[in-house]
Design a protein around this ligand. Structure first.
Ligand SMILES: Cc1cc2nc3c(=O)[nH]c(=O)nc-3n(C[C@H](O)[C@H](O)[C@H](O)COP(=O)(O)OP(=O)(O)OC[C@H]3O[C@@H](n4cnc5c(N)ncnc54)[C@H](O)[C@@H]3O)c2cc1C
Length: 464
């Protein structure tokens, strides 16, 4: 590999945002290099784990139900963020999301009709045929056909930036330190969710017990380099997308198969066998993303979902089997909980359940009365053996701290001036749009929309 000549566009990262930028810049005639820190098999960071992306559309695509109007998408975004979003960038995300179905199709990405299941997203989200990995393979094939140079196992270890102007990236490639020069930079290297020490700055020792749902390669090195070099920061560093996942999942890369959707059907207890939050507060799609933080605040960052035989077939199973027992006391023993304490919690819960008509598809009238921690819907007595338990831990999906960008996806420096040649796309700048909260599928929307905008901006800069 010859690094003596500068590239037009240097792209850091190898996921959705990076590839959308690379394809766009290459189609505009630029000489592009993609620097992916992970080995080829693990290329594509968290994008590998995805299933879908959210987009506004008119309802004519055969793979979607709909329509999903831009206004409705915008309302949904404002609701989940509580207004904590850059309105210009939020509107831009949504306006340009409507181009994604045809654009991705042109690059070879295929979609499938949505599967049924807990999240019911057929109207709002397009599902990739072959999942995120299938989608990535199509984007890589397209990028390589356009002449994009893709280097794997090539982490960026340093950046030379002069007064907000990108000059070169230091990389490690085939065991040697090298420098890659470029006329423009697109940083698409994800968040810092795989950097436990960085997470500890906000969560303390509890972060040792977090499981990271995606790639171990998103350590935030490039984000740190950019912030240190004078790029403005955006987003609350304590904010992240975190769900409760099976505690038996691996430390990294467990992906979607370790998520557990059993919570609303029973009770959740901590390691003292005490309930700590209303399991039936709202429908699962609106609440699943709060349980990671709730479990993170419990002692030892562990909790247990307890259900009985009535519910075992009502949710999408996790990859790990439930732990089963003939009695609550026996189940407690298997979960290493105090049998007497769990039996008492279940008895109190059962005594508080009021009669109602159970319907898990609506906010039904099955609730408890008189408990300090109520269960507002889907409260049914745990009385039908076998009883089942799942251990859960916080599963971190991605962090929100990022680089500030403008509507050209151009990084904005600490003094408010836009950088002449540095762009950012994807998770590394998602905090501009997601001040807090999350809307299923918008991670990939932000990556694709701003990846394309960054690619356009970088190419324009090169041609000027
Ligand atoms: C289990 C799971 C399921 C998800 N499902 C969905 C879904 O269905 N829909 C959705 O919209 N979102 C989903 N998300 C979120 C989604 O994955 C992200 O929003 C999206 O993939 C971000 O894309 P990206 O290109 O910005 O980052 P990534 O795809 O994470 O890519 C970042 C890249 O940067 C590379 N990198 C990091 N540091 C360096 C360095 N120093 N040098 C070189 N390269 C580096 C990494 O190796 C990686 O390739 C899911 C996430 C997880 C973990």
């Amino acid at each position: 590999m010859d690094f003596s000549q500068p590239f037009d566009v240097v792209i850091i990262g190898g996921g959705n945002a990076a590839l959308c930028a690379a394809i766009t810049a290459a189609r505009a005639g630029c000489r592009v290099i993609v620097l992916e820190g992970a080995p080829e098999f693990y290329r594509g960071g968290n994008t590998r784990h995805t299933r879908n992306l959210r987009l506004a559309h008119g309802g004519t695509a055969p793979t979607m139900t709909g329509p999903y109007a831009q206004d409705e998408f915008l309302d949904d975004l404002y609701r989940v963020t509580g207004g904590q979003t850059d309105k210009v960038l939020a509107e831009l995300t949504i306006a340009r999301s409507s181009e994604l179905l045809p654009w991705m199709g042109e690059q070879g990405v295929r979609f499938q009709p949505p599967l049924g299941g807990t999240l019911s997203l057929g109207k709002t989200n397009a599902f990739f045929l072959g999942g995120g990995r299938g989608m990535l393979n199509s984007l890589y094939r397209r990028a390589q056909a356009l002449g994009v140079v893709c280097l794997y196992d090539t982490p960026v270890t340093g950046l030379t930036i002069d007064n907000g102007l990108f000059m070169s990236a230091n990389i490690r490639h085939e065991g040697r330190a090298q420098s890659v020069r470029g006329r423009a930079l697109v940083a698409a290297s994800g968040g810092f969710e795989a950097n436990i020490d960085w997470l500890k700055q906000y969560w303390g020792e509890a972060a040792d017990n977090f499981l990271i749902r995606g790639t171990p390669y998103n350590k935030g090195d490039v984000l740190r380099m950019l912030l240190d070099a004078g790029v403005g920061a955006v987003g609350d560093p304590t904010q992240c997308h975190a769900v409760a996942i099976d505690a038996r999942a691996p430390k990294f890369d467990g992906g979607i198969a370790t998520r557990l959707d059993s919570v609303v059907f029973g009770i959740m207890v901590n390691r003292d066998a005490q309930r700590f939050y209303d399991e039936g507060e709202e429908t699962w799609p609106k609440r699943y993303a709060i349980w990671g933080r709730l479990v993170a605040r419990q002692p030892g960052q562990i909790a247990y979902s307890i259900i009985d035989a009535k519910s075992i077939r009502l949710f999408m199973p996790s990859i790990f089997p439930a732990i089963a027992a003939g009695s609550i006391g026996e189940l407690a023993g298997k979960l290493t909980l105090d049998p007497a304490a769990l039996t008492k919690t279940v008895e109190e819960f059962n005594a508080a359940v009021r009669p109602g008509t159970f319907d898990h598809t609506v906010l039904d009238d099955c609730r408890t009365e008189g408990l300090a921690v109520p269960k507002s819907h889907w409260a049914r007595k745990l009385d039908t053996p076998p009883y089942y338990g799942y251990p859960l831990r916080p599963g971190i999906t991605f962090t929100y701290l990022g680089t500030r960008v403008n509507d050209e996806s151009r990084m904005v420096l600490k003094d408010g001036a836009p950088s002449a040649n540095m762009f950012a796309a994807g998770e590394i700048m998602a905090g501009n749009v997601l001040g807090k909260g999350y809307l299923a599928g918008i991670g990939m929307t932000i990556g694709a929309v701003f990846g394309r905008i960054a690619g356009e901006g970088a190419a324009k800069h090169v041609h000027n």
